[in-house]
Design a protein around this ligand. Sequence first.
Ligand code: 8X3
Length: 275
Amino acid sequence: MTDQGTATTSTASSIRGSLTNSGTGGRGVAVVTGASSGIGAASAAALAAAGFSVVLGARRGDRLAEVARRTGGRAFVLDVTDSDSVASLATEVPDVALLVACAGGAYGVDPVAQADAADWSRMYEVNVLGTQRVVRALMPALLTGDGGHVVTIGSTAGHSAYAGGGGYCGAKAALSSLTRALRLELNGRPVRVTEIAPGMVATEEFSLNRYGGDRARADAVYAGVERPLTAGDVAACVVFAAALPSHVDVDLLVVRPVAQADNVTVARHPLRVGE
Ligand code: 8X3
């Protein structure tokens, strides 16, 4: 059973005792970080619809509460860059079936020789260290009961670099390495480890954040592209990997819109049909 329509925002006590795998009767508890928008919010909604009891984590409490209200999950104000915040989440979810580590983002498109190291630090801090903190804190809960599943939201940027992507590609490559190392370290334990690596996804914030709020440059990323991926498309991949039998581990799922052949080969016109 999911708790549709009973969303609450919590920094601590209100979800205690209510979110355990044994208590939900459905697919168990799914924790989604970065859940206040984009792929995280869409994943929370899709997982709730698929029968998970969803805990949504993100920094922006108001926005998070609104998403939780829509999806029927529980909101937990979470900053993955803050170890205390992550530790406090861990005390609230003793049994976790699924962790979707979605908190992340891109900041800047400057070439390596001109980039601001602060942007790179921020990307590494959220995408990589934030994921590591959450995985570490929730691992006991993931190993409880029948075991669990860690899904990291990587990027095609983590698998092939492009000009202007040095910082982001590096951070997502590190996230991919973290994910693969984790799978090796957990071999012999009942925990699946999956990286989902999307290409071009049009969300409300990703490119806007990357271009420092410059709407025109953010929109230009998707100009002319027939149907970039949506957050919901990626969420469907999360549900696909999670819903497979528990002995089936999707190691890496790379997903792009049809109009994108690789990171830099993008058709910016309607797809041609016929001869
Ligand atoms: C987003 C894909 O191509 O903008 O993770 O780096 S890309």
